[in-house]
Ligand binder design. Structure first.
Ligand code: ADP
Ligand code: MG
Length: 260
Protein backbone atom coordinates (compact mmCIF):
# COMPACT_ATOMS: atom_id res chain seq x y z
CA UNK A 1 0.00 0.00 0.00
CA UNK A 2 2.81 2.41 0.70
CA UNK A 3 0.87 4.85 2.86
CA UNK A 4 1.97 3.37 6.18
CA UNK A 5 4.61 6.04 6.53
CA UNK A 6 2.19 8.89 5.78
CA UNK A 7 2.44 11.58 8.46
CA UNK A 8 -0.44 12.06 10.88
CA UNK A 9 -2.83 14.85 9.87
CA UNK A 10 -1.39 18.23 10.78
CA UNK A 11 -4.20 19.05 13.15
CA UNK A 12 -3.65 15.93 15.21
CA UNK A 13 -0.02 16.69 15.83
CA UNK A 14 -0.82 19.28 18.48
CA UNK A 15 -4.06 18.01 19.97
CA UNK A 16 -6.40 15.10 20.01
CA UNK A 17 -9.97 15.82 19.01
CA UNK A 18 -12.29 17.27 21.62
CA UNK A 19 -16.00 17.56 22.19
CA UNK A 20 -18.43 18.42 19.37
CA UNK A 21 -18.18 22.11 18.52
CA UNK A 22 -20.34 22.47 15.43
CA UNK A 23 -23.32 20.22 14.99
CA UNK A 24 -25.77 20.22 12.09
CA UNK A 25 -28.82 18.02 12.50
CA UNK A 26 -31.16 17.23 9.61
CA UNK A 27 -30.47 20.58 7.98
CA UNK A 28 -32.50 21.41 4.88
CA UNK A 29 -32.25 24.49 2.70
CA UNK A 30 -34.04 25.49 -0.48
CA UNK A 31 -33.54 28.31 -2.93
CA UNK A 32 -37.02 28.41 -4.41
CA UNK A 33 -37.59 24.98 -5.94
CA UNK A 34 -33.95 24.05 -5.63
CA UNK A 35 -33.27 21.75 -2.66
CA UNK A 36 -29.68 22.83 -1.97
CA UNK A 37 -28.99 21.08 1.35
CA UNK A 38 -30.71 17.75 1.96
CA UNK A 39 -30.85 16.30 5.45
CA UNK A 40 -27.32 17.35 6.31
CA UNK A 41 -25.95 15.78 9.48
CA UNK A 42 -22.46 16.84 10.39
CA UNK A 43 -20.50 17.09 13.60
CA UNK A 44 -17.18 18.89 13.80
CA UNK A 45 -15.20 18.27 16.95
CA UNK A 46 -12.97 20.77 18.68
CA UNK A 47 -9.59 20.77 16.99
CA UNK A 48 -10.84 18.87 13.97
CA UNK A 49 -10.12 19.83 10.37
CA UNK A 50 -12.92 18.84 8.01
CA UNK A 51 -12.29 19.30 4.30
CA UNK A 52 -15.39 19.55 2.12
CA UNK A 53 -15.03 18.66 -1.53
CA UNK A 54 -17.47 18.13 -4.35
CA UNK A 55 -18.47 19.40 -7.76
CA UNK A 56 -19.50 22.97 -8.44
CA UNK A 57 -23.10 23.62 -7.39
CA UNK A 58 -23.19 20.76 -4.88
CA UNK A 59 -23.97 23.10 -1.96
CA UNK A 60 -20.56 23.54 -0.34
CA UNK A 61 -20.73 27.33 -0.09
CA UNK A 62 -24.30 27.22 1.11
CA UNK A 63 -23.27 24.77 3.81
CA UNK A 64 -20.59 27.21 5.02
CA UNK A 65 -22.96 30.13 4.90
CA UNK A 66 -25.61 28.36 6.94
CA UNK A 67 -23.08 27.56 9.66
CA UNK A 68 -22.85 31.23 10.56
CA UNK A 69 -26.38 32.09 9.47
CA UNK A 70 -25.45 34.16 6.46
CA UNK A 71 -28.19 31.93 5.03
CA UNK A 72 -31.24 30.90 7.04
CA UNK A 73 -32.15 27.21 6.97
CA UNK A 74 -35.62 25.80 6.34
CA UNK A 75 -35.49 22.99 8.86
CA UNK A 76 -33.13 21.21 11.19
CA UNK A 77 -30.78 22.74 13.71
CA UNK A 78 -27.27 24.09 13.92
CA UNK A 79 -25.44 24.44 17.21
CA UNK A 80 -22.09 26.04 17.92
CA UNK A 81 -20.53 24.88 21.17
CA UNK A 82 -23.89 23.48 22.25
CA UNK A 83 -25.83 26.67 21.59
CA UNK A 84 -28.53 26.81 18.95
CA UNK A 85 -28.03 29.55 16.38
CA UNK A 86 -30.87 32.03 16.78
CA UNK A 87 -32.51 33.54 13.72
CA UNK A 88 -31.63 37.12 14.46
CA UNK A 89 -30.76 39.67 17.10
CA UNK A 90 -27.93 40.23 19.50
CA UNK A 91 -27.22 36.60 20.28
CA UNK A 92 -26.76 35.97 16.60
CA UNK A 93 -24.02 38.61 16.40
CA UNK A 94 -22.29 37.03 19.38
CA UNK A 95 -22.56 33.51 18.03
CA UNK A 96 -21.46 34.64 14.60
CA UNK A 97 -18.32 36.06 16.19
CA UNK A 98 -17.54 32.48 17.22
CA UNK A 99 -17.37 31.53 13.55
CA UNK A 100 -14.61 33.08 11.45
CA UNK A 101 -15.06 33.00 7.71
CA UNK A 102 -12.62 33.39 4.84
CA UNK A 103 -14.00 33.63 1.31
CA UNK A 104 -12.60 33.10 -2.14
CA UNK A 105 -12.60 36.87 -2.70
CA UNK A 106 -10.65 38.46 0.11
CA UNK A 107 -13.25 41.14 0.90
CA UNK A 108 -10.86 43.43 2.72
CA UNK A 109 -11.94 47.01 3.36
CA UNK A 110 -10.25 48.79 0.45
CA UNK A 111 -10.01 52.21 2.10
CA UNK A 112 -8.56 50.96 5.37
CA UNK A 113 -4.97 49.98 6.04
CA UNK A 114 -4.03 46.36 6.60
CA UNK A 115 -3.71 47.04 10.33
CA UNK A 116 -7.13 48.75 10.45
CA UNK A 117 -8.66 45.83 8.58
CA UNK A 118 -7.60 43.56 11.43
CA UNK A 119 -8.40 45.90 14.36
CA UNK A 120 -11.81 47.15 13.21
CA UNK A 121 -13.86 44.08 14.19
CA UNK A 122 -12.38 43.61 17.66
CA UNK A 123 -12.76 47.33 18.45
CA UNK A 124 -16.27 47.81 17.04
CA UNK A 125 -17.90 44.45 17.70
CA UNK A 126 -16.05 43.27 20.81
CA UNK A 127 -15.19 46.56 22.50
CA UNK A 128 -11.47 45.78 22.71
CA UNK A 129 -9.36 48.87 23.48
CA UNK A 130 -7.56 50.26 20.45
CA UNK A 131 -4.02 49.77 21.79
CA UNK A 132 -4.70 46.17 22.69
CA UNK A 133 -6.41 45.49 19.35
CA UNK A 134 -3.36 46.89 17.55
CA UNK A 135 -0.97 44.74 19.53
CA UNK A 136 -3.02 41.63 18.85
CA UNK A 137 -3.40 42.54 15.18
CA UNK A 138 0.36 42.93 14.79
CA UNK A 139 0.89 39.53 16.41
CA UNK A 140 -1.58 37.99 13.96
CA UNK A 141 -0.07 39.76 10.95
CA UNK A 142 3.28 38.43 12.10
CA UNK A 143 1.84 34.96 12.33
CA UNK A 144 0.58 35.06 8.73
CA UNK A 145 3.80 36.69 7.52
CA UNK A 146 2.61 40.17 6.51
CA UNK A 147 3.47 42.33 9.54
CA UNK A 148 5.69 44.47 7.34
CA UNK A 149 2.66 45.40 5.21
CA UNK A 150 0.58 46.76 8.12
CA UNK A 151 0.54 50.40 7.01
CA UNK A 152 -0.37 49.65 3.39
CA UNK A 153 -3.79 49.40 1.76
CA UNK A 154 -5.14 46.12 0.37
CA UNK A 155 -4.60 47.04 -3.30
CA UNK A 156 -0.86 47.39 -2.64
CA UNK A 157 -0.63 43.72 -1.61
CA UNK A 158 -0.57 40.57 -3.72
CA UNK A 159 -3.60 38.30 -3.69
CA UNK A 160 -1.81 35.81 -1.48
CA UNK A 161 -0.91 38.52 1.00
CA UNK A 162 -4.46 39.86 1.00
CA UNK A 163 -5.86 36.43 1.69
CA UNK A 164 -3.45 35.99 4.59
CA UNK A 165 -4.65 39.34 5.95
CA UNK A 166 -8.22 38.07 5.60
CA UNK A 167 -7.25 35.06 7.71
CA UNK A 168 -5.66 37.34 10.33
CA UNK A 169 -8.77 39.51 10.33
CA UNK A 170 -11.00 36.52 10.99
CA UNK A 171 -8.67 35.24 13.73
CA UNK A 172 -8.71 38.66 15.42
CA UNK A 173 -12.30 37.98 16.48
CA UNK A 174 -11.05 34.91 18.37
CA UNK A 175 -13.45 32.51 16.69
CA UNK A 176 -14.01 28.99 17.95
CA UNK A 177 -14.15 27.65 14.42
CA UNK A 178 -12.85 28.90 11.10
CA UNK A 179 -14.68 28.32 7.82
CA UNK A 180 -12.74 28.60 4.58
CA UNK A 181 -14.68 28.67 1.31
CA UNK A 182 -12.25 27.99 -1.55
CA UNK A 183 -9.69 30.38 -0.07
CA UNK A 184 -7.12 29.78 -2.81
CA UNK A 185 -9.37 29.54 -5.88
CA UNK A 186 -8.86 33.17 -6.90
CA UNK A 187 -5.09 33.09 -6.43
CA UNK A 188 -2.27 32.74 -8.93
CA UNK A 189 -0.59 29.33 -8.54
CA UNK A 190 2.56 30.72 -6.95
CA UNK A 191 0.52 32.27 -4.13
CA UNK A 192 -1.57 29.23 -3.28
CA UNK A 193 1.15 27.57 -1.22
CA UNK A 194 1.74 30.55 1.06
CA UNK A 195 -1.96 30.61 1.99
CA UNK A 196 -2.19 26.84 2.42
CA UNK A 197 0.92 26.94 4.62
CA UNK A 198 -0.77 29.46 6.93
CA UNK A 199 -3.85 27.23 7.07
CA UNK A 200 -1.76 24.14 7.78
CA UNK A 201 -0.01 25.94 10.64
CA UNK A 202 -3.38 27.00 12.02
CA UNK A 203 -4.57 23.41 11.88
CA UNK A 204 -1.44 22.25 13.64
CA UNK A 205 -2.06 24.81 16.38
CA UNK A 206 -5.39 23.11 17.07
CA UNK A 207 -7.88 25.42 15.35
CA UNK A 208 -11.19 23.81 14.45
CA UNK A 209 -11.61 24.24 10.71
CA UNK A 210 -14.10 23.53 7.94
CA UNK A 211 -12.36 23.97 4.60
CA UNK A 212 -13.99 23.87 1.18
CA UNK A 213 -11.18 23.38 -1.30
CA UNK A 214 -10.05 21.76 -4.52
CA UNK A 215 -6.52 21.49 -3.17
CA UNK A 216 -6.28 17.74 -2.69
CA UNK A 217 -2.71 17.97 -1.41
CA UNK A 218 -3.96 20.10 1.46
CA UNK A 219 -6.83 17.69 2.07
CA UNK A 220 -4.45 14.73 2.28
CA UNK A 221 -2.04 16.55 4.53
CA UNK A 222 -4.24 18.57 6.87
CA UNK A 223 -7.68 16.95 6.98
CA UNK A 224 -8.82 14.71 9.79
CA UNK A 225 -11.88 13.93 7.72
CA UNK A 226 -13.01 14.48 4.15
CA UNK A 227 -16.65 15.13 3.32
CA UNK A 228 -17.73 14.60 -0.27
CA UNK A 229 -20.89 16.47 -1.28
CA UNK A 230 -22.94 16.11 -4.41
CA UNK A 231 -26.32 17.67 -5.21
CA UNK A 232 -26.89 18.84 -1.64
CA UNK A 233 -26.12 15.49 -0.03
CA UNK A 234 -23.14 14.33 2.00
CA UNK A 235 -22.39 11.30 -0.15
CA UNK A 236 -19.27 10.13 1.56
CA UNK A 237 -17.34 10.86 4.72
CA UNK A 238 -13.97 9.29 5.45
CA UNK A 239 -10.39 9.81 6.51
CA UNK A 240 -8.31 11.31 3.70
CA UNK A 241 -6.42 8.02 3.23
CA UNK A 242 -9.66 6.08 2.93
CA UNK A 243 -11.31 8.63 0.71
CA UNK A 244 -8.47 9.10 -1.77
CA UNK A 245 -7.36 5.46 -1.86
CA UNK A 246 -10.74 3.76 -1.66
CA UNK A 247 -13.70 6.01 -2.44
CA UNK A 248 -16.85 3.93 -2.10
CA UNK A 249 -19.48 5.84 -4.06
CA UNK A 250 -19.55 6.05 -7.84
CA UNK A 251 -20.00 9.79 -7.61
CA UNK A 252 -16.81 10.23 -5.56
CA UNK A 253 -14.89 7.88 -7.86
CA UNK A 254 -16.07 9.87 -10.85
CA UNK A 255 -15.17 13.19 -9.19
CA UNK A 256 -11.69 12.01 -8.25
CA UNK A 257 -11.00 10.52 -11.68
CA UNK A 258 -11.66 13.90 -13.26
CA UNK A 259 -9.08 15.59 -11.03
CA UNK A 260 -6.25 13.49 -12.38
P1 ADP B 1 -20.96 25.09 -4.42
O1 ADP B 1 -20.34 26.02 -3.44
O2 ADP B 1 -20.78 23.65 -4.07
O3 ADP B 1 -20.49 25.35 -5.83
P2 ADP B 1 -23.39 26.54 -3.82
O4 ADP B 1 -23.68 26.28 -2.40
O5 ADP B 1 -22.76 27.84 -4.16
O6 ADP B 1 -22.52 25.32 -4.41
O7 ADP B 1 -24.71 26.42 -4.66
C1 ADP B 1 -25.56 25.30 -4.61
C2 ADP B 1 -26.72 25.53 -5.53
O8 ADP B 1 -27.52 26.59 -5.03
C3 ADP B 1 -26.33 25.94 -6.94
O9 ADP B 1 -27.22 25.34 -7.85
C4 ADP B 1 -26.46 27.44 -6.92
O10 ADP B 1 -26.75 27.92 -8.21
C5 ADP B 1 -27.64 27.63 -5.98
N1 ADP B 1 -27.58 28.90 -5.24
C6 ADP B 1 -26.57 29.32 -4.44
N2 ADP B 1 -26.84 30.50 -3.87
C7 ADP B 1 -28.06 30.86 -4.35
C8 ADP B 1 -28.91 32.00 -4.12
N3 ADP B 1 -28.57 32.98 -3.30
N4 ADP B 1 -30.11 32.02 -4.78
C9 ADP B 1 -30.47 31.02 -5.60
N5 ADP B 1 -29.72 29.92 -5.83
C10 ADP B 1 -28.53 29.83 -5.22
MG1 MG C 1 -18.86 27.46 -3.68
Amino acid sequence: RGDETAPAPASQAASTLGAPLVRLTDVNKHFGDLHVLRDINLTVRRGEVVVVIGPSGSGKSTLCRTINRLEPIDSGSITIDGKELPEEGKDLARLRADVGMVFQSFNLFAHKTILENVTLGPVKAKGIRSAEAKQRAMDLLERVGVANQAAKHPAQLSGGQQQRVAIARALAMQPKVMLFDEPTSALDPEMITEVLDVMTALARDGMTMVVVTHEMGFARKAADRVIFMDAGVIVEEASPEEFFNNPTSDRAKDFLSKLL
